[in-house]
Design a protein around this ligand. Structure first.
Ligand code: PEP
Length: 242
């Protein structure tokens, strides 16, 4: 398998101090870093100090959880890609289901955000996933196909963009699809949606150390996007020890 990506989504957790302390502890753990690409997607407020703490260390990349598409201007409360870049950010989660559902982000907005991050050499991790109702209605593939076609535009390619498949019903619920289902959906994205066959696809949704190895062992899974289980450095290290 090519080097897997393990991305942490800290959501609205961790102060600056807690974030830097996590990084310092992570750096102490003797792992074979060449075997994994770690991306820590932290709250905006922690990025600058984490960037300082990580400077010169190539084993972990810094990520953000969102961005705005304008470079600057009267957009109260928003953060531009240039501001992220100045903190050392290399990756950004775009279109997480919490942004899509709580903040009404559309596929079109996700696509514009991805384009703007790419213009500034920040790589988007574009999230897609179905609701429980859509799964029950057997609409998963149709929904994913639409989300992918509309959220990922021609500026993206398999070298600059990653796709994260995150079933919405699995996020934070303790539930996961079966390994067969994860494999089937990842293969569907790679084989049946034209143009996406070489993209890296991460699985996200209730990953923890108890299931991470089996999920990563699936050929179609190129890495993991982890919420809750990434907040605790001991649990995160267990996930990294494959
Ligand atoms: C997420 O929010 O991206 C996520 C995968 O969360 P959790 O791991 O807590 O389900």
């Amino acid at each position: 398998m090519i080097k897997p990506v393990v991305a942490a989504n800290w959501k609205m957790y961790k102060t600056i101090e807690e974030s830097v302390s996590f990084v310092e502890k992570l750096k102490k753990k003797p792992l074979d870093w060449d075997e994994v690409h770690i991306i820590l997607c932290a709250p905006y407020t922690s990025l600058f100090e984490m960037g300082n703490s990580l400077r010169g260390d190539s084993f972990v990349s810094l990520g953000a959880q969102n961005l705005y598409w304008e470079q600057e201007g009267a957009f109260t409360g928003e953060i531009s890609v240039g501001m992220l870049k100045a903190c050392g950010v290399e990756w950004v989660i775009v279109g997480h289901s919490e942004r899509r559902t709580i903040f009404n982000e559309t596929n079109n907005e996700v696509s514009i955000k991805a384009t703007n991050s790419l213009k500034n050499n920040i790589h988007p991790i574009i999230c897609v996933g179905e609701t429980l109702q859509q799964k029950k209605n057997n609409q998963t593939k149709e929904i994913l196909s639409k989300q992918i076609r509309e959220s990922i535009n021609d500026d993206s390619n398999n070298n600059n963009t990653i796709i994260a498949y995150e079933p919405i019903w699995a996020i934070g619920s303790g539930l996961t699809p079966s390994f067969n289902e994860i494999d089937e959906i990842h293969n569907f994205i790679k084989n049946e949606i034209r143009g996406y066959e070489n993209y890296k696809i991460l699985y996200g949704g209730s990953v923890k150390s108890a299931n991470s190895k089996e999920i990563l062992n699936l050929d179609s899974v190129d890495g993991l996007l982890i919420g809750r289980a990434s907040l605790n450095v001991t649990e995160f290290n267990k996930i990294l020890s494959f």
